[in-house]
Design a protein around this ligand. Structure first.
Ligand SMILES: [Zn+2]
Ligand SMILES: [Zn+2]
Length: 358
């Protein structure tokens, strides 16, 4: 089968591998679509980050480079292991890629996303979604309802990141919300904040095409922060600041604007993972008694909170994920049509789905 693996920085290769064997607690999935994520681009440009170092296999999966990439994917069950009873060949599924150890302090406390050894399918495991087939533990598989296209299985993972962020931010019906940065996660935040009942959503995003997508996703007011003072606009329109700001830019001006746009005692939730460290004026938190927290990925292991809720929201059409997908490409061309375009700052692409050839 065809599979794309990370071999090193700027070195992702599409090659041939045997179709993986299915372990007794595993499910083998014939991949229909896999999304390219910012994390994949970080690995491509500056890895290994979540990919293990050469010679240092992940303690849970035993995987070390070259490793298959692709942690956001959906497909159809092809084969189930001898101990798997809850899935059958032909089931349409989405994959939660997080594999927790189940025995560290944080796993004991049910904080599986903080597992000290946490592995991810498609980053630090032997299978990934940029392949024709992938094997994953059955406990990481979620069945998709009949009215949700299998392709959208690839969007459940990024939307789960957004759902967790919105829940950790505590968005309630009627709240005003500002989202800073509308790449795939920022757009998903707009979709999830809308589903959560946000009454007024502001978006600050410098790229024209992404502002248009933010409007399509449900934003009421879109601001180009290179043309306008986002903080002044938001503060005036809300008479003092939004109830909740969600930071998804990963750059210093985004952090500053997110904090300054929030009302006294408002909530700032940081969703982005940044490459740099920033200086923050702590008085901008202390004096207005603002609250700041972070949010990482989604639960995994036995806790299905985010994945199941996202799937239910898709089933009930409370979230329309179609606006996230800006192109579909063939696995063969993943580097030229995928990684290269998404790392080009002039590109209008947001989420590219990779499809193995039929
Ligand atoms: Zn991702
Ligand atoms: Zn653990």
């Amino acid at each position: 089968m065809e599979v794309a693996k990370w071999h090193g920085q700027q070195d992702v290769r599409v090659g041939e591998d045997d179709i993986p064997e299915t372990g007794k607690n595993e499910v083998r999935i014939k991949v229909e679509a896999a999304g390219i994520c910012g994390t994949d681009l970080h690995e491509y440009k500056a890895g290994p980050i979540f990919v293990p170092n050469f010679g240092e296999p992940n303690p849970i999966t035993g995987a070390e480079p070259p490793v298959p990439l692709g942690h956001e994917f959906g497909g159809v069950v092809d084969e189930v292991g001898s101990d798997v009873t809850e899935f059958s060949p032909g089931d349409s599924v989405a994959v939660n890629p997080g594999i927790a150890c189940g025995s560290c302090r944080y796993c004991d406390e049910g904080m599986y996303n903080q597992c000290e050894k946490l592995a991810f399918v498609g980053l630090s495991a032997k299978s990934g979604g940029f392949a024709e087939y992938a094997t994953v533990p059955a406990s990481n598989v979620h069945r998709l309802p009949d009215n949700v296209p299998t392709e959208y299985g690839a969007l459940v993972e990024p939307l789960s990141v957004c759902l967790r962020a919105v829940r950790r931010a505590g968005i309630q019906a009627g709240d005003s919300v500002a989202v800073f940065g509308t790449g795939p996660i920022g757009l998903g935040l707009v979709l999830c904040a809308t589903a959560a009942g946000a009454e007024q959503i502001f978006v600050s995003e410098p790229r024209d095409a992404r502002r248009q997508l933010a409007t399509d996703a449900g934003a009421d007011t879109v601001i180009d922060p290179t043309e306008m003072d986002a903080v002044a606009e938001i503060t005036e329109a809300t008479d003092g600041g939004v109830d909740i700001a969600l930071e998804a830019t990963g750059v210093q001006p985004g952090f500053e604007d997110a904090i300054q746009s929030t009302r006294p005692d408002g909530q700032v939730t940081i969703v982005s993972i940044s490459e740099d460290t920033f200086e923050i004026d702590t008085n901008s938190i202390v004096i207005p008694e603002r609250n700041i927290n972070g949010t990482l990925a989604y639960q995994t292991g036995p806790i299905k909170t985010e994945f199941e809720r996202v799937i239910n929201l898709l089933k009930k059409e409370k979230i329309d994920p179609s606006i996230l997908v800006t192109d579909r490409i063939n696995l063969k061309n993943i580097v030229s049509d995928g990684f290269e375009r998404l790392t080009d700052p002039e590109s209008n692409q947001v989420k590219i789905l990779v499809k193995p050839e039929e």
